[in-house]
Design a protein. Structure first.
Ligand code: GLN
Length: 193
C-alpha cells in the first residue's frame, strides 16, 4: 500500500494528513531522515519557511530529502513548501533545497493583502475552477524551461508549477474541500511505479 509522508517539523501538516486520510491513503508524519525510507511521496506543508529550513538542518534531514527527491520520489510543496523546493529566493532566506528550477518571492502580496482567495484555472485537474486560499503567499517570479506552469492568477502571476515528479503551489489546497490537487499528486506515485 502506498504511503504519503508529510513533513511535520512545523506548519499546517495536520491538514494535509487529514485530506490524505480522507482519500484512504496511508500517511506518515515525517520528523526524522530515516522515515524517508518508509514513504512513496512527500508533502512539504505551508508554515514559515525560514523556521522550517532551520529545523530541517537541525534534524539533519536536508541531505536525505534532496537525495530521495533527486532519485525520483514525488514531492509537493505548498506555500512555505514551495519556497523550500525552489532554487532562488528573492530575499536570500531561507536557503532552499534547490530541487525545482524556479525563483520565488516570499510574502509577495504585501501587508495589505496578507491573505485572499481566488478561483484558478488549473487545466490538468479539470475544467472547474479551483478555489485557492493564499496566506502570506510566495509567487513564482521566474521558471526555467524544465518547469511546466500549471496555474496563474488573472494578472498572469505564476502560482502552480510542476517539474518531473515535483509539484509546487503558492496556495493551500489542504484548507478547502476540493481534493483534486491531492489526487493529482497521488498520480505521480503511480506513474513512478
Ligand atoms: N510567508 C511564509 C514564508 O515566507 C509562507 C506562508 C505560508 O506557508 N502560508 O515562509
Amino acid at each position: 500500500m502506498v504511503s504519503v509522508g508529510v513533513l511535520a517539523l512545523q506548519g499546517d501538516f495536520a491538514e494535509h494528513v487529514s485530506v490524505m486520510q480522507q482519500l484512504g491513503v496511508n500517511t506518515l508524519e515525517v520528523r526524522h531522515a530515516k522515515e524517508f525510507d518508509q514513504i512513496d511521496a512527500l508533502i512539504i506543508p505551508g508554515g514559515e519557511s525560514t523556521t522550517m529550513a532551520r529545523l530541517l538542518d537541525l534534524d539533519e534531514m536536508r541531505e536525505s530529502l534532496v537525495r530521495y527527491a533527486k532519485e525520483g520520489m514525488p514531492v509537493w510543496g505548498t506555500c512555505a513548501g514551495m519556497i523550500m523546493l525552489s532554487t532562488w529566493v528573492s530575499d536570500g532566506r531561507p536557503e532552499p533545497l534547490g530541487l525545482m528550477d524556479i525563483k520565488v518571492s516570499r510574502n509577495a502580496f504585501g501587508r495589505q493583502v496578507d491573505s485572499f482567495e481566488a478561483a484558478l484555472d488549473i487545466p490538468v485537474i479539470g475544467e472547474e475552477k479551483f478555489h485557492a486560499v493564499f496566506i502570506r503567499a510566495p509567487i513564482v517570479d521566474h521558471v526555467e524551461k524544465t518547469v511546466t506552469v500549471l496555474g496563474r492568477l488573472d494578472d498572469s502571476t505564476i502560482v502552480a508549477v510542476k517539474q518531473n515528479s515535483l509539484l509546487a503551489t503558492s496556495f493551500h489546497p489542504e484548507l478547502t474541500k476540493d481534493y483534486r490537487l491531492h489526487k493529482y499528486f497521488l498520480e505521480f506515485i503511480h506513474k513512478r511505479k
